[in-house]
Design a protein around this ligand. Structure first.
Ligand code: ZN
Length: 486
């Protein structure tokens, strides 16, 4: 009779592959899944009867800005409460390392603030995470915008040859330390001054490394197709896997154009390994800027350094109240962030449904009044879109947040319930699971998440964290894998 650490009896197993759910027992030993099936004669230090509750691999949030949160608040409640057991940081060109003490010019202030938690290398960042482990696992991308802030004497132009060389050395260091790849955010000033040639040259160390490129497109509105073509041309030239970040189409004038963007993606996939991530909302959130406000049907203030009391307020309403123009108010609130209602529901559903779409929250953990995606993205996909709207099966929903991202990001021992896999597990009630965070109350923990295990350790139970800090740094596998459009 095998003696395991943990035995989860009679679970409704969604194994992460997208295959059909089945009733099974799951045994865990030494932080890994030891056996799956009818384990009648098995025994364990802890035996939990699940009586048909759902059991899935821990969710992987492939699009986060949790770089500093992992250290500043290692309880990671916004993520653990959703069943997320691994986060990928450093998205949109914005990474905490290797910024060091260089000024956190916007949008780098989304992750870097103050003098604490500053790192000159990924080796140092990972060492800090291993010294004080967070409650979830962490993988990281190195952000092109952060590299520019370190390597360039002026940010309002494309990099010169010497600056590109410095950035390449920093990418090399990040990859050697175990970063999964490079992210870009040419939508934002000052990285918008970077040319496609600069981005390709900076990413040159990715070639043959097995690392990937995650692209926040230069434009997600009128010129979204041109921006996709630019980004995909760079990845193609390097022969690396690509993730198009938080894919969306912004602005009423562009409603419906995900038909075009997904057709372009499908054509590209004939010869390139490109996939997507997406969050399940029709509102976006980023720094406060005029063009984004003009594109939106409605704007909420997420934070303002100049006027913190404006957080959570409707921008138009606030301008009317104060008897000033919206543009004047936007200037007065800076630096600031906002939530923009600027997407079409049909586009969101079409993108979520694409077989290559993974789930990423894009949550902004340091915002005063955050977009509800920070606390709600994963349960919203499972409860609202899969169960209630029947957009796709619960099996598919789980796959989009487990097996698919694990394969795409090279986290080969995560994302599946199978013997040998790391025991990142979430127990949820398929009838009750739902996001509770709203635009009015963005910090309400989701419903229906019963238990979350990270590397075999119970990290969330009965609506609260257990205090366990079992997260690990997930480094890029040493073995480069051939790029294929599988
Ligand atoms: Zn982004």
């Amino acid at each position: 009779m095998a003696l395991h650490d943990l035995l989860l009896r009679d679970a409704l197993v969604f194994d992460g592959s997208g295959g059909p759910r089945r009733r099974a027992d799951v045994a865990v030993s030494a932080g890994r899944i030891a056996a799956v099936g009818r384990l009648g004669d098995a025994d364990a230090g802890a035996v939990i009867r699940l009586d048909g509750l759902a059991l899935a691999p821990g969710f992987i949030d492939v699009h986060t800005h949790d770089d500093r949160l992992l250290l500043a608040d290692p309880s990671m409640a916004p993520k653990l409460s959703q069943g997320v057991t691994s986060v990928v940081t450093g998205n949109c060109g914005i990474s905490l390392a290797p910024l060091g003490s260089h000024p956190a010019v916007p949008p780098l202030d989304l992750v870097a603030d103050g003098a604490e938690h500053r790192f000159y290398s990924f080796a140092a960042y990972f060492a800090a995470l291993e010294e004080r482990p967070p409650a979830v696992n962490a993988a990281a991308l190195v952000g092109h915008t952060s590299l520019r802030a370190v390597a360039m004497s002026r940010l309002d132009r494309a990099a010169d040859a010497a600056e590109i060389e410095r950035m390449q050395a920093l990418v090399q260091e990040a990859l050697q330390a175990g970063a999964l790849g490079v992210s870009t955010g040419t939508y934002y000033a000052p990285a918008s001054a970077a040319t496609a040639d600069e981005v390709r040259a900076v990413c040159e160390p990715l070639r043959g490394s097995g690392g990937l490129i995650a692209s926040h497109l230069r434009d997600e509105g009128e010129r979204v197709l041109e921006a996709m073509t630019e980004a995909m041309t760079i990845a193609n030239a390097l022969g690396v896997r690509q993730v198009l970040s938080h894919h969306k189409v912004l602005g009423r004038a562009n409603a419906g154009r995900s038909v075009e963007t997904l057709a372009l993606l499908d054509r590209a996939r004939a010869s390139a390994d490109v996939c997507l991530d997406c969050y399940p909302y029709t509102a976006s959130s980023t720094v406060l800027r005029r063009d984004a406000v003009r594109q939106a049907a409605r704007t909420l203030v997420a934070w303002s350094k100049a006027r913190p009391e404006a957080s959570g307020r409707d921008l138009d309403e606030l301008a009317r109240e104060q008897g000033i123009g919206v543009d004047t108010l936007i200037d007065a609130l800076q630096p600031a962030g906002a939530i923009y209602f600027s997407m079409d529901e049909a586009d969101v559903q079409r993108i979520l449904s694409h077989p290559q779409t993974m789930i990423g929250s894009d949550g902004l953990p340091h915002d005063t009044f955050p977009h509800p995606r920070l606390w709600g993205a994963f349960p919203r996909v499972l409860g609202h879109y899969a169960r209630d709207r029947r957009l796709f099966s619960l099996e598919t929903a789980v796959h989009k947040m487990t097996g698919l991202p694990a394969a795409r990001f090279g986290l080969h021992d995560r994302g599946r319930i199978a013997p040998g896999q790391a025991a990142d597990l979430v127990v949820f009630d398929p009838e009750r699971i739902l996001d509770a965070a709203t635009f009015a109350e963005p910090r309400r923990p989701a419903l229906g998440i019963e238990r979350v295990y990270v590397n075999g350790t119970l990290a969330w139970h009965a609506g609260a964290g257990t205090g366990a800090r079992a997260g690990r740094v997930l480094r890029r596998s040493a073995e480069p894998r051939p790029v294929s459009p599988a």
